[in-house]
Design a protein. Structure first.
Length: 272
């Protein structure tokens, strides 16, 4: 199976290596959609972890994986912007949102985040890299009654996100800030900072947070620990910088695929 997967990846790379990010994002024709479908189908294959490790370690695949991963991420943004506009234009925006195939996954992730961080109603949660449809915060509002802040560095995404929240009548529960990780920490306290998959570069982000957050502050991020989805983790979190300590992992139950990882700013050592 591993050889077949490798050949399929190389074939996709051959066909899309000249595609630009702008074309994938903005072209009238959805040129990357067939590849997304193929990759999503590939992700459902039952592949041994050692086989995935071998694919990741294969130097001949590295350019293919890097290119495909980036275009896959850009295509995901294209689809999310389309979803945002559909919600904004809909006479039944909540029905439109709940019709999203992964909506149940986000509700499951909300329960995992709430459990791992010990969230309760009224807590304030910050999501770094919240995107055009801040589904993680929306799910936490619906499941846990939190107050949310989305931080988004792309002005188009931030504008769409605010309009989505207005359409869903959630503007009072979730605020969107245009910016990046350097706006943190915010002046108002919060219970959890969630670092989104598209918030990059991870090493710089976590180094900044380690140096600026108050002691005891909780962070979370999501990873894929199993299967071929690990191939496309473009900017994974490596060793945490000094001052941050992982304290819990919650592994997924179907239909959720992500493991939620929880980190705390290490308390200051008492002087000897």
């Amino acid at each position: 199976m591993i050889d077949a997967i490798k050949q399929q990846l190389l074939s996709i790379f051959k066909n899309c290596r000249e595609l630009t990010e702008s074309r994938v994002l903005d072209d009238a024709e959805d040129v990357f959609l067939p590849y997304t479908k193929a990759l999503n189908q590939m992700a459902t294959l039952d592949v041994d972890d050692r086989q995935v490790d071998a694919l990741i370690a294969d130097s001949s695949l590295k350019p293919a994986i890097e290119k495909i991963s980036r275009l896959k991420q850009i295509h995901g943004l294209r689809l999310e912007r389309q979803r945002a506009r559909a919600i904004i234009d809909s006479d039944a925006p909540w029905d439109m949102l709940k019709g999203f195939i992964y909506y149940p996954n986000y509700l499951g992730l909300a329960e995992m985040e709430s459990d791992g961080a010990g969230l309760k109603a009224g807590d304030r949660v910050v999501f770094l890299g919240s995107g055009p449809v801040p589904l993680s915060l929306i799910a936490l509002v619906k499941r846990c009654g939190i107050q949310g802040v989305g931080i988004e560095k792309d002005a188009v995404n931030a504008d769409l996100s605010r309009k989505v929240l207005d359409a869903l009548a959630l503007g009072g529960e979730i605020e969107i800030i245009l910016g990046d990780h350097f706006v943190l920490p915010l002046s108002s306290p919060c219970s959890l900072i969630m670092v989104g998959a598209d918030a990059v570069p991870k090493e710089e982000i976590f180094t900044h947070l380690a140096g600026t957050l108050p002691n005891g502050m909780k962070l979370s991020y999501r990873i894929y620990e199993k299967g071929l989805r690990r191939l496309f983790d473009r900017d994974h979190v490596g060793a945490l910088p000094s001052g941050l300590r992982e304290y819990r992992r919650i592994r997924p139950q179907p239909p959720v695929n992500n493991t939620s990882v929880f980190v705390i700013k290490r308390l200051s050592e008492k002087p000897v």
